[in-house]
Write a protein of this length. Structure first.
Length: 524
């Protein structure tokens, strides 16, 4: 298996089950295209059908697989099978395939399971021509939003070049790819009618822990739709849910979303991701029994205290471990792009420590660090140093929002597995935390979150939470009680008796950047 080809050859039994699921929808197709045929497993399974297609065309890049696929075809001379050596990325599907048969077309197969960034990281040339496929803004393109699966590119190429033939397209792919294709078609107006998304056990068939499926659509359909029933298996008779595009945005459970749609809008405050440094061994510290700070290498770390901050990770938020300080992070910048060489004078001990471990920073591969100052961080700004925050783990399937107050009179920073709202004071944080943990909000998120994603909770999903709509819907007595509990959990002394006047609640759902900026200025 070649990693640079995203090469997961389909087991013969899985190919047969895929075709059984397709043949259950109709009696068969006279002609079939497999755009990345590998060694010909789907060709073999197609030729076993009764009756088989009258013509099969297949495309494959690797010469040894082309030979194997052609040998398979030779065992069934009654069917016209053409295996062409070519690269799907630059092959013209409109003019490059010379069909003898006419009639309904099935496109079936198992395109590569690899992303463009993974191929780039290993120096592979097996990539489509680089372009901003989703028309993203520059910062999104830098930070991973532009990363896409090769299978996603293949889906879109097929839809654009062969959609006029109105084929049925059924490809094995990651469930994330299926969702992205559905959203892309909706955004760009590509006419499709999804038939089903049937989950498969990728660990069983391919030895990989990823959500995977057989996604099947009719392209060029007259009855256009951008919703698809989701079945738990290839054999299941009833769908478990329906995903789709509602008002231009993806929804994980269209049925459940209806009751929560009032809260699906726009968050008045900006969500932020935690700090990113990709050098945990030297940037993240813990406190030993003697009270000394040590890095993951076991070394004692001597740095100026004002550049050391309490740190919470996604697992800390999910499990509620945010009240004690035993995890810390070194901060090299107050805002993105700040000149870190200033540390030579302002923090000489930290500067010396960083230079002793420069190799850890030099090994960072992410493009976000290119042409940045030495020891640069990402996801850093005034918002990082807000005294009060409300945070959530992006990696857990069930969201649990935590109110974070200062630890040892220092604001707690979050790592890049987390998302948070920076709050200007404790009452604002207590109100926001209460709203985010309300049943209305959690119901909304359950209808939006795809639990099989590597990162189920994303900034894009969180930005859809309309806190004002939830506030207007909630029982005021219950909310008042919850806000009081939240306040007491993070405040000490006289602050514990703070009351949040109801007439000020709407105002607390807006940001006051000047106050957050002032908190940063007082720390350094």
């Amino acid at each position: 298996m070649r990693r640079d080809m995203g090469d997961y050859q389909t087991p013969p039994e899985l190919a047969r089950q895929v075709l059984a699921a397709l043949w259950a929808c109709r009696r068969g197709w006279p002609r079939v295209l497999e755009p990345t045929c590998g060694k010909g497993v789907f060709i073999e399974a197609l030729l076993e059908q009764t009756p088989p297609p009258r013509e099969i065309q297949a495309l494959e890049l690797q010469e040894h697989y082309v030979r194997l696929a052609r040998q398979t075809a030779m065992r069934h001379p009654s069917v016209r099978v053409i295996v062409t050596r070519g690269n799907i990325f630059d092959f013209d599907l409109r003019d490059g395939l010379q069909w003898r048969e006419s009639g309904p077309l099935l496109i079936v197969g198992n395109p590569p399971w690899v992303t463009n960034s993974e191929l780039g990281a290993i120096g592979s040339a097996n990539l489509p021509k680089k372009r901003n496929l989703k028309r993203l803004a520059g910062i999104e393109a830098l930070t991973g939003e532009s990363n896409f699966d090769v299978a996603e590119f293949i889906w879109i190429k097929i839809l654009r070049q062969l959609g006029h033939l109105r084929p049925t397209i059924a490809l094995l792919c990651k469930t994330s790819v299926a969702r992205n294709v559905l959203k892309f078609c909706s955004d760009t107006g590509i006419p499709i009618r999804p038939l089903f998304l049937r989950k498969i056990d990728a660990a069983r068939w391919f030895g990989t822990a990823v959500g995977a499926c057989l996604f099947c659509v009719e392209a060029g359909a007259e009855e256009v739709a951008y919703t698809v029933p989701v079945y738990p298996s290839l054999e299941a008779l009833e769908p478990e849910t329906t995903i789709g595009v509602v008002r231009g945005r993806l929804v994980a459970d269209v049925g459940a979303h209806g009751a929560s749609a009032f809260a699906d809008g726009k968050c008045a405050l900006p969500w932020h991701q935690g700090v990113k440094h990709d050098a945990a061994a030297v940037m993240e510290l813990s406190r030993d029994q003697q009270g000394l700070l040590r890095n993951a290498l076991g070394e004692e770390v001597d740095a100026e205290p004002r550049f050391v901050f309490p740190l919470a990770k996604g697992s800390d938020l999910f499990r509620g471990r945010v009240r004690t300080a035993n995890r810390f992070v070194l901060v090299t910048q107050k805002h993105l792009g700040e000149n870190t060489t200033l540390l030579k004078r302002s923090a000489p001990r930290l500067w010396a420590y960083l230079n002793r471990h420069a190799e850890f920073f030099e090994r960072r591969k992410s493009s976000i660090y290119r042409r940045r100052p030495p020891f640069a961080m990402f996801g850093i700004g005034d918002y990082s140093f807000a005294k009060y925050k409300v945070g959530v783990s992006g990696l857990h399937k069930s969201p649990v929002f935590r109110l974070l107050g200062p630890v040892e009179d220092r604001p707690v920073l979050l790592d890049d597995t987390c998302y948070f709202l920076a709050c200007r004071n404790a009452p604002q944080a207590a109100l926001i935390s209460s709203l985010l943990n309300s049943p209305d909000c959690l119901d909304l998120l359950r209808s939006l979150v795809f639990t099989d994603s590597k990162r189920p909770i994303t900034k894009r999903v969180l930005a859809r939470i309309d806190l004002g709509a939830i506030l207007r819907q909630m029982d005021r007595a219950a909310l008042r009680k919850r806000v009081g509990v939240e306040l007491r959990s993070v405040c000490t002394g006289a602050e514990r008796n703070l009351a949040v006047q109801e007439e000020a609640w709407e105002d607390l759902l807006s940001e006051t950047p000047a106050e957050v900026h002032g908190q940063t200025a007082r720390l350094f």
